[in-house]
Unconditional design. Structure first.
Length: 278
């Protein structure tokens, strides 16, 4: 059964022992990967298996936190399924501004979720949080919608004026909360602009245009779990072409911000920049 999985055409089964990848083309300490299958063992949490982009088997270890089991199902397992479908997916969040789809790339703590939510709450539109799949019509990329909630810190919620009663607990130990928000109705939504966020020794957000080679490199570096593509050579080859298509069809910029900056200040700087990039 599916049980409300983020990909609604995936068969999700709880089993006594998930299948394994017996002849992996890639493996590390926790997972094994072949062209069509992925298996993962997470001590204290569970064992997982995904195959052909449409089936999942798992078993939770005795005493495992159900929230953490769900986190892996909607995280690494979901990424593996998308890779099996050759749907490139980025460690990124995305929103709508002035009718355009904007994707925010950046490392953990770079402000992707808070910036995305700040636009979604101010007449923008929410698209994705933390994981952003991109699909193509020919060479034209669009954002595939998945989630209906954003994971944020409590102080971020306070700064954005979100009532604590609207928040639900995220996984234990993360120090974050979930805020539910409905996505826009256009799915997939055209991807028009990408911002790569960094922190640096600047007094205010500084915007720049990477070279074509830098654009390719920064996109490749933000593909989720790129390392496991060593076991999926056809997917890796497809992604290299998809990255080229994005570089050629989407405006890509870098924004360097101060280490400490209020969300409202960062929002206004990005809004002003986007308003000038029509």
């Amino acid at each position: 059964m599916n049980s409300g999985y983020l990909l609604d055409d995936v068969r999700v089964s709880v089993v006594s022992e998930p299948r394994k990848v017996n002849s992996p083309l890639y493996q590390n300490d926790t997972c094994k990967v072949s062209r069509e299958a992925f298996s993962m063992v997470v001590p204290g949490t569970g064992r997982f298996y995904a195959a052909h982009g449409n089936e999942v088997e798992y078993v939770a270890e005795q005493g495992a936190d159900p929230d953490w089991v769900r986190l892996y199902l909607n995280g690494q397992v979901l990424v593996a399924l998308l890779h099996q479908r050759k749907i490139i997916n980025f460690h990124a969040s995305s929103f709508v501004y002035d009718g355009r789809g904007v994707m925010i790339l950046g490392e953990t703590g770079a402000g992707k979720s808070s910036l995305t939510l700040s636009f979604a709450l101010r007449r923008g539109g929410f698209l994705t949080d933390d994981l952003t799949p991109v699909v193509f019509n020919g060479t034209e990329p669009s954002i595939m919608l998945l989630q209906r909630k954003v994971k944020i810190r409590k102080d971020t919620a306070v700064e954005l004026g979100i009532d604590s009663l609207q928040l639900t607990e995220a996984e234990a130990g993360t120090g974050k909360k979930y805020f539910s928000i409905g996505p826009v109705q256009v799915d997939p939504f055209p991807l028009n602009l990408i911002l790569k966020t960094d922190t640096g020794p600047v007094d205010a957000p500084l915007f720049s245009i990477p070279s074509p080679a830098e654009k390719f490199s920064l996109l490749r570096s933000e593909v989720c779990s790129w390392e496991i593509l060593a076991g999926m050579p056809e997917t890796e080859e497809a992604y290299l072409q998809q990255i080229l298509d994005i570089v050629q069809n989407v405006k890509i910029f870098r924004v360097t911000r101060p280490e400490e900056i209020r969300i409202a200040e960062f929002h206004e700087a990005v809004r002003g920049f986007l308003a000038g990039e029509r």
